[in-house]
Write a protein that binds this ligand. Structure first.
Ligand SMILES: O=C([O-])C(=O)C[C@H](O)[C@@H](O)C(=O)[O-]
Ligand SMILES: [Mg+2]
Length: 430
């Protein structure tokens, strides 16, 4: 009999996030995350991190009575219990924003990762070994550029810290023009060594964003793969027009348009591969994706696909149907990064550097401090489990920040309206 779940602690936290722009609006001065800790009857603790959202925290708390007493090794049974509780959650429940509102996938992901952390500690193996073993020692990530207002987020809001040095200062700078985007890319790549670059688009009219992509191409040359992600806010004609313009310089074009049918239309008109974290976002979406050919690359995210083992299943499906697989991210800390790195190390191939928002964050909730990147890569932790431990003092402080900041869910539209009154989120803008 394996260790049994005795307690589950759910701690919402708020972490400093700069004023980053995207198709849905503006990041608030704090991004929300929820830290989950599972403690077994023999007092082994496992941890996980998911995007913060009060409704999902409530859903997680509601399922606690169903999970107490379960053997942490019985993940199939635990999932079955949660599937019965939540029922199916199709595309509609996911919502229209770049982030995902579904409960089952988040709740199961948080429980699964924490249980894998425990199983790793019990067996003395890192999580990557529980996913079938390590295919690489280091996992490559991409620079993730954002249009942004000047400012640092957190208490400073739109202000900047005069004592910040190097990347910390560059992170606070304005990033609105092509020249500022190039400066942001140079600072980020110098600090983290990234070898691929993604720009979050969908903020300005397309020509301005295409100009930024050409400026990046000029600054970094043909050996640095480039991607742009307008988060599905372009019309099909717009995507084909600007997509053709960027054909010579893009590694892939991410979610230019909304929905699988529109993605398939754009895909058949362009030579550039299309990637998505918006139109094929669950196993239920895959049959139609394959039938109509909506994308070339699926950007998985273990928080949205129901955990690490599901993400390995997704990888097998992608292999079978000739799809590429890479990884999507959101503002996050080191527990999520650790899980992403274990998964990235276990995947059969990593043909594209993975996304991470990590450079934009400055807080941390693990005792080892912030993860280091070398040449854009993160080394896979070798310790049992996830290889990271909860910093309880930091957790308490970030929880207090959560209580003080008053945010309960991500709402980029409301944040944007504080800067541009009357601004509304449109699902298709250009
Ligand atoms: O690739 C994506 O769609 C994302 O990274 C979604 C995120 O929510 C991004 O838009 C953000 O952080 O504003
Ligand atoms: Mg995307």
């Amino acid at each position: 009999m394996g260790p049994r779940i005795k307690e589950i602690h759910i701690t919402p936290i708020a972490i400093v996030d700069p004023p980053l722009l995207n198709a849905a609006g503006l990041h608030a001065p704090y991004a929300l995350r929820t830290i989950v800790e599972i403690v077994t009857d023999d007092n082994i603790s496992g941890i996980s991190e998911i995007p913060g959202n009060k409704d999902i925290d409530i859903a997680l708390a509601e399922t606690l009575p169903l999970l107490i007493g379960k053997d942490v090794f019985q993940l199939n049974e635990i999932r079955h219990v949660l599937v019965n509780y939540f029922g199916t959650e199709g595309m509609v429940k996911r919502g229209e924003t770049p982030w995902d509102q579904r409960k089952l996938v988040h709740v199961f992901s948080s429980v699964e990762v924490a249980c894998l952390d425990i199983i790793g500690k019990v067996t003395g193996r890192p999580v990557v070994d529980l996913l079938g073993g390590k295919m690489r020692d280091c996992v490559p990530f991409s620079a993730y550029l954002f249009y942004k207002y000047e400012g640092a987020g957190g208490e400073l809001g739109f202000g900047t810290d005069p004592n910040a040095t190097d990347w910390a200062a560059a992170r606070q700078a304005s990033g609105l023009t092509p020249a500022e985007i190039v400066a942001q890319a140079k600072a980020m790549c110098a600090e983290f060594g990234f070898q691929s670059i993604k720009l979050k688009g969908g903020v300005f009219e397309p020509q301005q964003e295409v100009d930024a992509m050409f400026a990046l191409y000029e600054a970094f040359g043909p050996d640095v793969p480039l991607r742009v992600d307008p988060n599905a806010i372009w019309k099909v004609e717009t995507a084909i027009h600007y997509g053709k313009m960027m054909e010579p310089i893009l590694e892939y074009l991410e979610d230019p348009v909304r929905g699988q049918a529109n993605m398939a239309k754009v895909r058949s008109a362009l030579k550039t591969p299309l990637a998505t974290n918006m139109c094929t976002t669950s196993f239920e979406d895959i049959p139609n994706s394959i039938a109509i050919g909506s994308e070339d690359i699926i950007l998985s995210d273990h928080h949205f696909w129901g955990g690490l083992r599901s993400s390995m299943n997704l990888s097998a499906i992608c292999d079978t149907f000739g799809r590429g697989l890479s990884m999507h991210s959101n503002s996050h800390l080191g527990i999520s990064l650790a899980a992403m790195v274990h998964l990235g190390a276990a995947l059969p191939q990593v043909p594209f550097a993975l996304d991470t928002h990590y450079p934009w964050q400055s807080d941390e909730v693990i005792t080892s401090g912030r993860f280091k990147f070398e040449e854009g890569m993160v080394q896979v932790p070798r310790e049992p489990g996830l290889g990271v431990e909860l910093d309880r003092e930091a957790l308490a402080k970030l929880h207090q920040t959560y209580l003080n900041c008053g945010l309960t869910k991500r709402d980029d539209e409301t944040e944007m309206q504080k800067v541009q009154p009357g601004w509304t989120f449109q699902t298709v803008r250009w």
